[in-house]
Design a protein around this ligand. Structure first.
Ligand code: 5GP
Ligand code: ZN
Length: 136
């Protein structure tokens, strides 16, 4: 899709801090994280969300999330993580290309869902590098 920002990231037309990539899936740091280590896992195939995405593309993204989630948590020293997917505007979806949020949680972090966490570009690059290392 020409104007989709996540498709642009897939095509390399917009920069991102990648943590994993294969033929079907890309994972990268959320640019406005709600927690340290907030990663997005997306199928490369464009769709809006779960309403119209192919079952295969979603299965590939969740399969990658299964592998990436625990490694993200390890890399950033979290003790758990949420897997979240927003589907539709009423469900807070703002980017209309399917994406799975990996949201690390820390003991006593008093997590406020969706409150943005300040993280500089340098910190995001460092986080991505640590996660990449664990993904081999
Ligand atoms: P949604 O609200 O649609 O479930 O989540 C969209 C997410 O994409 C948000 O957490 C937002 O911070 C992130 N995001 C929006 N634009 C960009 C971008 O250009 N690059 C990256 N890496 N993340 C983005
Ligand atoms: Zn797209």
């Amino acid at each position: 899709m020409q104007d989709c920002i996540f498709c642009k990231i897939v095509r390399g037309e917009l920069p991102s801090f990648k943590v994993f990539e294969d033929e079907h899936v890309l994972a990268f740091m959320d640019i406005e994280p709600v927690a340290v280590g907030h990663v997005l896992v997306i199928p490369k195939e464009h769709a809006m969300n779960l309403y119209d995405a192919s079952e295969e593309s979603i299965a590939q993204a969740f399969s990658a999330a299964h592998r990436i989630g625990p490694r993200v948590a390890n890399a950033v020293g979290a003790e758990g993580f949420h897997i979240t997917m927003n589907n539709g505007e009423a469900a807070w979806q703002t980017v209309f290309h399917p994406h799975i949020h990996i949201l690390p949680r820390y003991p006593g972090d008093n997590h406020d869902p969706w409150k943005k966490h300040q993280r500089s570009r340098e910190e995001l690059a460092r986080d991505a590098k640590k996660i990449q290392t664990l993904l081999g």
